[in-house]
Design a protein around this ligand. Sequence first.
Ligand code: NAD
Ligand code: UFG
Length: 336
Amino acid sequence: MEKTIIVTGGAGYIGSHTVVELIAQGYKPVIIDNFCNSEKSVVKGLESITKKEVKLYEGDCTDRNFMAQVFAETNPSGVIHFAAYKAVGESVSKPLAYYKNNVISLLVLLEVMKEVNCNQLVFSSSCTVYGTPEKLPVTEQSPTQKAISPYGNTKQIAEDIIKDQVVSDADLSAVALRYFNPIGAHPSGLIGELPLGTPSNLVPFVTQTAAGLRNELTIFGNDYNTPDGTNVRDYIHVVDLAKAHVKTLDYLSGKTNFYDFINVGTGKGTSVLEIVTTFEKVSEQKLNYKIGQRRPGDVEQIYASVDKSEKVLNWQTELSVEDALRDAWNWQLKIG
Ligand code: NAD
Ligand code: UFG
């Protein structure tokens, strides 16, 4: 029988791509989303790709009665918890909204999971927990550092909450996936990232500039101690990232009273300038950009060690930054 997996935030960027991969691997995903940062049309895109009906509950993960009702009706074997606010800058101006949404949704979720004896959890964490790393690549043994934004702090708090809950609950098993920089879109062009307003992330800004929606990209500093002076990140194709979630459910299968955290990246650092030149190559056009000031809070360079993810998840990335930029551009052309 198909296992039901609740996917909170399943209409969002990473969640929607994960729903596709869950269905491909024989799971039955059930989306919970309040569409605070996504659109209902995502479900149509999902159904076109998968040729399956996708079950959706519209509601808020901080609403305990709603969550209890969904869990009672669907009897899930596990949960992938994506639902959260994610804009680093906005979290500085709206800290309470971030703590409320990101922390309370997790508390409600863990309580409801306990009530219905649903014992497997995959949580969306971030490489932001490592702050400015002393050594590269960043392994899971690298020390975490005090978060510099309320958003980053919600991820650290959430990891601690999950770890403590596992200690108290003999049945629960959970993994926090620490994502590096997800980019790209589904190759079909039917789902992708839908940034509201001016994007703060690099790739949506690049594709919107190329599409003529923005005048020019500003590269935030070229005087860093990196090969070309611009920041280095580990950009991972969102489809590879989505597949890592399915592998994590396999990893959790049969485990009880278990907590782990795993980096999910490619192991390769790419500079901002390299993103620009690779984008120019795949889109066959020049990008209008200038070099500007450093952006406060940016880490000089960070990329993942992938030893643990390869070993314990039996998972590797299959797609390149070039693939991701091609798919991001294809998506941009579709959404206009
Ligand atoms: P997203 O905003 O595209 O998706 C989040 C989804 O959750 C949206 O559809 C939104 O409507 C929904 N949502 C938010 N709060 C909700 C609530 N209270 N109840 C119900 N639905 C709610 O974001 P994403 O990029 O897909 O990120 C998914 C997760 O991964 C987040 O937890 C984010 O913090 C984490 N993450 C993202 C990145 C990144 O660069 N995209 C990096 C590291 C970690
Ligand atoms: N950048 C520019 N110009 C832009 C936008 C970004 O030069 O207009 C640069 C940034 O300075 C940075 C790189 O592109 O060097 C990537 O920036 P993003 O904003 O796309 O991504 P970040 O690495 O800053 O942040 C991402 C996620 C956060 C998460 C963080 C963890 O967006 O949610 O990784 O390190 F917290």
